[in-house]
Design a protein around this ligand. Structure first.
Ligand SMILES: [Zn+2]
Length: 332
């Protein structure tokens, strides 16, 4: 048993309370390799933004849970080296799907876990979430739960259709489970293909897809039911066109990739939405950089030469999200 407190990590409680009061959101960036982690920590340290490092089940399978834990521990020390005296860093399990997995993360130094039982019937979601909350709270680890279903594909999490969170269920759910934050479904979606072309309209000038707007009326109704309660948005990448174009112009094939417009995420950040998950955008930045370097310098074979550029791309992306979209800069 290792407590996250010994590792210099923090849970989400205070961070979320401040974010709701201050009208901004905390970035939750997924990581599964060193370059991503370096870029996240540099961006957060230089902008003095609280940050949530997320590990998905897929990341655990790819990089090994033990290694990721020690990387997060190292990230705290790295942040201090960069001049961030009191780093506000959370290590969070993204989409935990069983009590055992959540328990193992709590025991292993995570400061926050998500139990995603949203695919189960309502009462089963409550029962499993409550069980995780009871265990996690013993160790002051915060718990994110989910109500409603997001469309899209993210590692092992996938659904063809979305079901918006029902505002009439949130009070009962939050009260009976004791969860610390709630991931809701209001039209965000996992992955780089968040909407089919049929769900979008086309901008007559550019010919690009324009996605349907988020259901802010559902968000408003939820906030009315649970005033001041921390709300989380998953699947909130914007799929920057510049990366998609770079990838497609250099041998890639990402037809009609589409994300959530940043103006809508900025608007959400000002509400009780206090955690916004961004994963696909960093994958796109990484891939665009690697394609660019290898296309321009076909003789390059030192991974540092393309992973280093990928790291720079990701750092720029993270800083842009922190400063221009979520507004969390200067808050840690
Ligand atoms: Zn998610």
């Amino acid at each position: 048993m290792v407590s996250y407190k010994e590792l210099g990590l923090v849970n989400t409680r205070e961070m979320f309370a401040k974010a709701i009061k201050g009208g901004y959101a905390i970035p939750a960036f997924n990581f599964n390799n060193m370059e991503q982690l370096q870029a996240i920590i540099k961006a957060a340290a230089e902008t003095k933004s609280p940050v949530i490092l997320q590990v998905s089940k897929g990341a655990r399978n790819y990089a090994n849970q033990t290694l990721l834990r020690y990387m997060a521990q190292g990230a705290v020390e790295y942040a201090k080296e960069l001049g961030w005296e009191k780093p506000q860093i959370v290590l969070h399990l993204d989409h935990g799907d069983s009590f055992e997995l959540c328990k193992s993360c709590v025991d292993f130094g995570f400061s926050s876990v998500m139990i995603d039982a949203s695919s189960l019937p309502y009462e089963e979601n409550i029962a499993l979430t409550k069980k995780v909350v009871e265990y996690a709270h013993k160790y002051d680890v915060t718990v994110e739960a989910e109500l409603g279903v997001l469309a899209g594909v993210e590692d092992e999490v996938s659904s063809a259709v979305s079901h918006y969170t029902k505002p009439e269920e949130v009070v009962d759910f939050a009260t009976r489970t004791g969860c610390d934050s709630l991931a809701i479904s209001i039209g965000t979606s996992h992955g780089a293909y968040k909407f089919t072309p049929e769900q979008c309209t086309r901008d007559p000038k550019t010919g690009k897809l324009v996605p349907p707007p988020l259901a802010f009326d559902v968000l408003d109704a939820i906030m009315e039911q649970l005033p001041g309660f921390p709300i989380v948005l998953h699947g909130s990448s914007s799929v920057p066109q510049e990366y998609v174009d770079m990838i497609n112009s250099m041998g890639g094939k990402l037809p009609d990739a589409v994300g959530i417009p940043e103006e809508q995420l900025r608007k959400a950040s000002e509400s009780a939405v206090c955690k916004i998950n961004i994963d696909s955008d960093s994958r796109l930045a990484f891939t665009a950089a690697v394609r660019k370097v290898l296309t321009e310098k076909p003789g390059e074979f030192d991974p540092r030469k393309y992973c280093g550029v990928a790291r720079d791309f990701m750092e720029d992306l993270y800083k842009h999200k922190i400063i221009d979209v979520l507004g969390s800069n200067g808050k840690a």
